[in-house]
Design a protein around this ligand. Structure first.
Ligand code: DC
Length: 229
């Protein structure tokens, strides 16, 4: 059967990784969460005083450290992929709101993007991959057979994210969650280096008013059309 590459881009917290994971499982493809890679570098920067208190990045220090940052994915004993930073699993740490608050700062630095895009292109080179992020259809896999641009109303996204964080035990208000989403979308969409934007040939799915099951059915139908073509 023909193997394809699937790129899923879109705004923060609109369910890209949920959809990408479900599709990868259904097709027996590899799932790559590129946001986790940016989050792992942001965490390294937080741990090593590369992000300075007032939200500035120490670029010299970042440049000198980049070769010492190794980000990869490993399967754990339950068969789930975990994000590894220099050999240590950081899968849950990188989801902390403190990391969410500064990850877009790190994602706008060209040296970080060059390193990660290169790694992501290698991961995608074998096809049979579902990759989610912000620049996958435009920069990382511009020749992906299927490109989906996922979006949802900001209040719907805020409510979903707020519930997720509550369930994970984080003390955070709805306003803080909303502010973080709005500010990340703003930084991600307006940065100079490969900003978040819909690829010309992407298919938009707005999931504000559809269930996860309906979304998955629609996306799988699009994938099957490409695989069978
Ligand atoms: O998908 P996520 O929310 O885990 O991504 C975290 C941040 O990483 C997001 O705010 C922007 C950045 N990012 C990016 O710039 N490019 C990608 N391909 C993926 C994520």
């Amino acid at each position: 059967m023909k193997k394809i590459s699937i790129a899923i881009d879109g705004h923060s917290s609109c369910g890209k990784s949920t959809l990408a994971k479900q599709m990868a499982k259904g097709l027996n493809y590899t799932y790559v969460d590129t946001g986790a890679m940016y989050r792992a570098i942001a965490l390294f920067c937080m741990q090593n005083d590369i992000i300075i208190i007032d939200g500035q990045v120490d670029l010299n220090k970042l440049e000198n450290s980049l070769n010492n940052i190794n980000v990869e994915f490993k399967l754990n004993s339950s068969g789930n992929r975990e994000t590894m930073l220099n050999g240590v699993s950081v899968e849950s740490e990188i989801r902390d709101p403190k990391v969410s608050n500064c990850v877009s700062l790190i994602g706008q630095e060209k040296i970080v993007r060059v390193k990660l895009v290169d790694l992501q292109k290698k991961m995608a080179s074998q096809k049979a991959v579902v990759m989610d992020g912000r620049d996958i259809g435009t920069v990382v896999i511009p020749d992906a057979e299927l490109k989906i641009f996922l979006t949802a109303d900001v209040d719907v996204r805020t409510n979903r994210r707020y519930l997720e964080l509550q369930e994970a035990g984080h003390q955070i208000s709805k306003e803080e969650v909303r502010d973080n989403l709005v500010s990340r979308d703003e930084i991600d969409s307006t940065r100079v280096e490969s900003p978040l934007k819909q690829a010309d040939d992407a298919i938009v799915i707005d999931n504000s008013n559809i269930t996860r099951e309906e979304q998955l059915a629609k996306a799988m139908e699009l994938a099957r059309q490409q695989i069978d073509s």
